[in-house]
Structures are given as structure tokens and as C-alpha cells.
Design a protein around this ligand. Structure first.
Ligand code: NAD
Length: 285
């Protein structure tokens, strides 16, 4: 089975549009998302354009604040202060990476936790660790769980899950979500020994490594569900190509279910960002 992330994201947006309408009808609230972009990184600009478009499509208010690459850290913190105090803004997202002279940790800590729709604030990651309600959970990891459930159904209890990668953005939070789903979770990383043997135990593999076509066919137990988070640009036969962290051509025949790249986890990330914004607006009401 090829897990269709584009379709899953479209389905989620339909659900969210209905929830937005309900918030408008019942509470007179329109969820608002503000994205702050510092500098002119071309990949970030494309990503932000997509966010703005999709936010509007589900009926939410979308604002974009563009600051020059020379913006000081203090100026950015002041902008965040204003957004934190603006009741029409329910979600704030600072597009990463930031220019080198700005400290990402300081900036993330400045965002009001209840508006931190990326889920990177220590308050939200702490709540996720503790399993407390009210956490805004990072978007890509949420997308991974939704896609795994498309293949396996809602009950992931007792499954062996191997997460490859331990970043704060993907690896760690997705491992915590799998634990909440009662999976037996292994987090593998760059120092893991005999990664192939570790992966062969897995009913679910989540690959978040950032190395093109890294996960090999003989690491995958027949029938396993493989969620590929990687986005890697490579050149093949003289053409630029986007590939994941999984050797898709050879793994697909062995896996029970697999996400393609593109069209798998990627589309779910923005859809889950919208989901977090609706949740933040609901919590604020
Ligand atoms: P990262 O560089 O922060 O983390 C990579 C992780 O991989 C590290 O924890 C490291 O320990 C592990 N690793 C590196 N080499 C390894 C090896 N040889 N064996 C085992 N583990 C190894 O990356 P990230 O931010 O977590 O992103 C991972 C990938 O996911 C990237 O390709 C990124 O572009 C992609 N990504 C996609 C989305 C999306 O929306 N689809 C979102 C975020 C990240």
C-alpha cells in the first residue's frame, strides 16, 4: 500500500474548514495564523507562500510579516511581543532557519506557548513528555502518526516502532507520540550500532535522517509500515530530483505500507500546522 499524504492532507483540511466555520458560527472567532519570515531564503519563501494559501483556503486569517536578513534579534523579539499581545492572532510561526546572528532558542522561548503552533517551545515539549493535555505538538510528527494510522488503523498498541533520528523537530517528538500510542519505541541515531538489525525488529519505521535513500530493503521486515520524513535534493541522470531517506524503489515491494517522497509526509506538515492553529483558537475561546 502506498500511503497518499496528499489525500490525507486534503481530507484533514476539509475537516478543519468545518471546524473553522463552527468556531465562527458559535463563538464569532476566526482562527488567525501569523508567519514571521526573516531574510530571503528561497526554500522558506516557497514554504511560507504555501502556508498562506492553505491557511486562507480553510477560511482562517493568514498574516505574513517579512523582515530583512539584517533584522536584529531584539527587533524580532519586539515583533513577537506584539503578536503575543494581539488577541486576533491565535498562532505564531517563526520560519526557521533564522539568520546566524539570531539565537533560535531565545526566539522560540519568546513565543507565547499557547500560540506556539510549531510546538517547539519548551512548555509544549515538556507537556508532550509528561503526556499532559493542552500541548501543541510539532506538525511533522503529528503527520507521521496520522499516516501510520492510515495503514494500520487507529490502534498502534504493542507495535515495535523504530525512529531513525533524534532531532527536536522530528525524531524525539514522533518517538513520544508513538509511546503515547502504546508502541514499544526505539530511537536510533548516528551512533546506533547495526542499524539494519535494529530496524528489522520494527513493525513501524519512521526515517528522519536527512540522508538520501539511506534505509535499505534488507533493513525492513516484510509487511512493515515505513514513514519517510526525509526531503533530499539529488541529481540523477542529469536531472534534479527529490527523494526521501528510504530507498523507495527497493523497499516498496517489501513494506506493507510506505509513504512516497514527494506526496507523503510533506503535505501533512502544513495541514497539521492549520490543525494546531484551530486548536489554539479553540483553547483561547
Ligand atoms: P537533523 O539533521 O536535525 O537530524 C537528523 C538525525 O539523523 C540526527 O538525530 C542524527 O542522529 C540522525 N542520523 C544522522 N546520520 C545518521 C546515521 N548514519 N545513522 C542513523 N542516524 C543518523 O534533521 P531533521 O530536522 O530531523 O530532519 C530529518 C529529515 O527530515 C531531513 O531530510 C529534513 O529535510 C526532513 N524534514 C521533513 C519535514 C517534512 O515536512 N516532510 C519536516 C522536517 C524535516
Amino acid at each position: 500500500m502506498i500511503i497518499d499524504g496528499k489525500q490525507a492532507a486534503a481530507d484533514l483540511r476539509v475537516e478543519l474548514a468545518a471546524q473553522v466555520k463552527q468556531l465562527q458560527d458559535e463563538k464569532n472567532i476566526t482562527p488567525g495564523l501569523t508567519v514571521v519570515l526573516v531574510g530571503e531564503d528561497p526554500a522558506s519563501q516557497v514554504y511560507v507562500r504555501n502556508k498562506v494559501k492553505q491557511t486562507r483556503e480553510v477560511g482562517m486569517i493568514s498574516n505574513e510579516i517579512k523582515l530583512s536578513a539584517e533584522t536584529t534579534e531584539q527587533k524580532l523579539l519586539n515583533v513577537l511581543d506584539e503578536l503575543n499581545n494581539d488577541d486576533s492572532v491565535h498562532g505564531i510561526l517563526v520560519q526557521l532557519p533564522l539568520p546566524k546572528h539570531i539565537n533560535e532558542t531565545t526566539v522560540i522561548a519568546k513565543i507565547a506557548p499557547e500560540k506556539d503552533v510549531d510546538g517547539f517551545h519548551a512548555m509544549n515539549s515538556g507537556r508532550l513528555v509528561n503526556g499532559e493535555p493542552g500541548a501543541l505538538v510539532p506538525c511533522t510528527p503529528q503527520g507521521c502518526i496520522i499516516l501510520a494510522k492510515k495503514a494500520l488503523g487507529d490502534n498502534l498498541s504493542g507495535k515495535n516502532a523504530v525512529v531513525i533520528g533524534r532531532s527536536n523537530i522530528v525524531g524525539k517528538p514522533v518517538a513520544l507520540l508513538l509511546l503515547q500510542e502504546n508502541c514499544t519505541v526505539t530511537i536510533a541515531h548516528s551512533r546506533t550500532q547495526d542499524l539494519g538489525a535494529v530496524c528489522r525488529q520494527a513493525d513501524i519505521i519512521i526515517a528522519a535522517v536527512g540522508i538520501a535513500e539511506f534505509v535499505q530493503a534488507d533493513w525492513v521486515k516484510p509487511g512493515a509500515t515505513v514513514i519517510d520524513v526525509g526531503i533530499n535534493r539529488i541529481e540523477r541522470d542529469g536531472k534534479a530530483k527529490l527523494v526521501g531517506d528510504v530507498d523507495y524503489a527497493n523497499v516498496e515491494p517489501i513494506a506493507g505500507a510506505i509513504t512516497p517522497v514527494p506526496g507523503g509526509v510533506g503535505p501533512m506538515t502544513i495541514a497539521c500546522l492549520l490543525k494546531n492553529t484551530v486548536e489554539a483558537a479553540r483553547n483561547a475561546s
